[in-house]
Design a protein around this ligand. Structure first.
Ligand code: AP5
Length: 215
């Protein structure tokens, strides 16, 4: 069977979630978004949520050991292939993932790096709105809902993520450059890294990713 396991890497707001959602649905892959899983845990007040909340609000990373445990659990659910959105984020997480994937005989096909400049990130994240009910994601500049801040899908009032404020966006970007960007070289050395221009129309970006996936 063809190997269809991918990592989507990139700064906050690069469009990892947007692209992972489209491609996973279209090609029958499982999207594993660590940010979404953590936000759900915070909403439900679970032990994981209580632990993660402070880190997320501050724009810091949740500790590696917790994230590796969470991913191991998620990998149990994979059938055809997966897209990891937001994991790994440190070299330690990447090394832990390598071990897990080796044990499970689930090789990676590619690591897709969505390249977007910092100025564009700040603009995108400040304008992001999400539906607290169905999870739909909008952008007040690029992809606004039809009616002012109301979800097109379920009619619920949209909200802003707690970490989408100017101060936390700045910290998330700094954390990305310090702790996550080293993964670019990590995966380049393994011959897995594919750089994709993450600016412009989402449809154009989807096509560019699909060319890699089905190459
Ligand atoms: P997480 O939820 O993963 O946040 P992130 O990496 O900061 O990524 P975002 O969700 O902000 O952006 P995205 O790239 O998915 O962009 P999106 O498609 O939404 O993590 C949140 C927190 O959880 C972390 O800070 C950390 O605390 C914790 N955490 C998560 N994983 C962890 C891990 N592995 N280890 C430790 N801690 C972890 O798009 C953004 C906006 O732009 C949207 O409004 C969208 O509509 C718009 N947009 C998308 N594409 C385009 C386009 N082409 N043109 C214009 N606008 C676009």
């Amino acid at each position: 069977m063809a190997v269809l396991n991918f990592i989507f890497l990139g700064p906050p707001g690069a469009g990892k979630g947007t692209q992972a959602e489209i491609i996973a649905k279209k090609h029958g892959l499982v999207k594993i978004s660590t940010g979404d899983i953590l936000r759900e845990a915070v909403k439900n007040g679970t032990e994981l949520g209580k632990l993660a909340d402070g880190y997320m609000k501050a724009g810091e990373l949740v500790p590696d050991e917790i994230m590796l445990g969470l991913i191991e659990e998620q990998l149990e659910k994979i059938d055809k292939g997966f897209i990891l959105d937001g994991f790994p984020r440190t070299v330690k997480q990447a090394e832990g993932l390598d071990e897990l994937l080796k044990k499970k005989n689930m090789p990676l096909k590619a690591v897709i790096l969505l390249d977007v400049p910092d100025e564009e990130i700040v603009k995108r994240l400040s304008a992001r709105r999400v539906c607290p009910n169905c999870g739909a994601v909008y952008n007040m500049i690029y992809n606004p809902p039809k009616n002012d801040e109301i979800c097109d899908v379920c009619g619920t009032k949209l909200v802003q993520r707690k970490d989408d404020n100017p101060e936390t966006i700045k910290r998330r970007l700094a954390v990305y450059h310090e702790q996550t960007a080293p993964l670019i070289d990590y995966y380049k050395e393994k011959g897995l890294l594919v750089r994709i221009d993450g600016t412009g129309e989402p449809e154009k970006i989807t096509r560019a990713i699909e060319e890699v996936i089905f190459k």
